[in-house]
Design a protein around this ligand. Structure first.
Ligand SMILES: [Zn+2]
Length: 287
């Protein structure tokens, strides 16, 4: 029994993990390290040191994941009593963006507490990148509905919205890859294979029929994003729980986002290269 308890203890999230990963309305038991706070007056309080969070900062000078430090170093909860606390954090990079979490905090003992996330401002989750929104095109509204469902932990809903977006934007996704293949002048047979695959009615069928890979520049951590999307879409259809669906929905969004970024970078680099070359060439012909 004791072994089981300690195993359970290990799996509890920390306060920081809970704040970063759980949408508002979530309730959890978390692990804490509370130390007695020496005060002359009863009731006895405890102190818990707050740690930095890694969060998305929307400030122009950041626009990415940055360290946020707590504006107060510690909280002083009372044991066995629920309290409403406001935790606030400031981006260490721009020193401008603030994140605020109203929470209900109930210290159980020196290493365990229950917590409810009452809210979060600015709202939970990283904003959807512009490049991703332009990739999903006319399905943008459905994509954002999927995002809302995902933020609220509604796995089946989020998966269904994302699946619809990928299926309906199959042509667009393939066209973007074809554009990259043509611009970077990789293998011409690959562009033909992509065009053929695109003719399949379903995204998953199109990926299955695609012979050969995609340009290395489009790989995400060494993996083909089409294969990653394919497996998340097909496994998600057979997922048994809302939690599993949420995980697949999360994968789909992360892969799509990385894919849109990658394509955007390549196309931007290529157009800059073209401009630089044409400037250089016009200088040569003028001189
Ligand atoms: Zn910042």
């Amino acid at each position: 029994m004791a072994i089981q308890d300690s195993k359970l203890e290990k799996e509890l999230p920390t306060l920081e993990e809970f704040l970063i990963n759980s949408p508002p309305g979530s309730e959890a038991t978390i692990k804490v390290s509370a130390y007695e706070y020496n005060t002359q007056y009863p009731p006895q309080k405890w102190q818990i040191a707050l740690e930095e969070l890694q969060l998305f900062c929307k400030n122009e000078s950041c626009k990415g994941i940055r360290f946020f430090e707590p504006t107060k170093e510690k909280i002083y909860p009372q044991e066995g009593k629920g309290e409403l606390l406001f935790l606030s954090y400031q981006c260490k990079n721009c020193e401008d963006t603030i994140k605020i979490y109203p929470i209900l905090f109930h210290l159980q003992d020196s290493n365990k507490a229950t917590i409810v996330k009452i809210g979060e401002w600015p709202s939970f989750g990283t904003p959807t990148p512009t490049r991703l929104l332009s990739l999903v095109g006319s399905e943008k509204d459905y994509f954002l509905k999927g995002r809302r469902a995902e933020n609220q932990g509604l796995g089946i809903g989020a998966f269904a919205y994302y699946r619809r977006v990928v299926e309906n934007q199959k042509n667009r996704i393939f066209d973007e890859i074809i554009k990259v293949v043509e611009l970077t002048k990789s293998d011409t047979s690959l562009a033909d294979a992509l065009r053929n695959a695109k003719n399949e009615t379903q995204f998953t069928k199109a990926v299955e029929s695609l012979k050969g890979g995609i340009p290395d520049s489009l790989l995400i951590d060494g993996h083909n994003p089409l294969t990653l999307l394919h497996s998340a879409l097909s496994e998600g259809l057979h997922a048994e729980s809302d939690e599993d669906c949420l995980e697949f929905a999360n994968t789909i969004r992360i892969v799509l986002s990385a894919f849109a970024e990658r394509i955007g970078e390549i196309l931007k680099d290529q157009s800059e290269l073209k401009q630089a070359l044409s400037k250089l060439l016009s200088k040569k012909t003028n001189s």
